[in-house]
Design a protein around this ligand. Structure first.
Ligand SMILES: Cc1cc2nc3c(=O)[nH]c(=O)nc-3n(C[C@H](O)[C@H](O)[C@H](O)COP(=O)(O)O)c2cc1C
Length: 177
């Protein structure tokens, strides 16, 4: 798949099959995350590959919209020391990982942990570290329903402004996709 096609067809998939995710399956995903740049080249983030039922269940209780994540075979938690926690860096690693997975036909979804005490405890993070996000990884279920959250994105003309935000009396801008 062309990189552009991989990017624009990626959807967040929550329903996975029984097919196990092997170390070989994960290797290119982890390498893709590793190659993301980081602010000040700190490379401060660490990834925790969570496979055990116990840890996935603990992580499922660490977010307000994560109750389903223990049904997915692998949850990759992103951790960072508090003084270097930059969500932009986490996002770049997560998106690299998810796009590499999508190109290989795997299903991924990012999730948020609102309860940082629980997410840190779930993976035994060192004191002073935060685990704000994770990405679920599996092979897509054959009979997965379309995501109820799956939706069209805002129009490009609404997403993108030129130089400044438009004034209330300016007509909406149309941009080709
Ligand atoms: C930063 C971020 C946090 C998210 N957190 C959650 C979450 O906690 N639980 C969940 O089920 N989905 C979560 N999602 C997935 C979004 O719901 C999803 O990206 C959105 O609905 C678009 O889905 P689609 O790509 O299938 O259209 C998160 C997405 C992002 C980008």
């Amino acid at each position: 798949m062309r990189a552009y096609d991989t990017i624009v067809t990626k959807r967040d998939l929550r329903h996975t099959s029984e097919r196990p995710v092997t170390d070989d399956d994960l290797a290119p995903l982890l390498q893709a995350a590793r190659m993301a740049g980081s602010a000040k080249n700190d490379e401060a983030n660490r990834l925790v590959v969570c496979r055990s039922r116990e840890v996935r269940t603990a992580l499922a209780a660490a977010g307000d919209f994560t109750s389903w994540i223990d049904t997915v075979p692998v949850v990759i938690a992103f951790a960072a020391p508090d003084d270097k926690l930059r969500l932009f860096d986490v996002g770049r690693q997560a998106q690299n990982l998810m796009l590499a997975a999508h190109e290989l036909g795997m299903a991924t979804c990012p999730v948020t942990f609102q309860h940082h005490d629980r997410s840190a405890a779930a993976v035994d993070a060192p004191a002073g570290w935060t685990v704000p996000m994770a990405v679920t990884v599996g092979w897509p279920a054959a009979d997965a329903p379309a995501s109820p959250l799956q939706r069209r994105r805002v129009e490009l003309g609404e997403l993108v402004h030129e130089d400044r935000f438009p004034q209330p009396d300016e007509p909406p801008v149309t941009r080709a996709e």
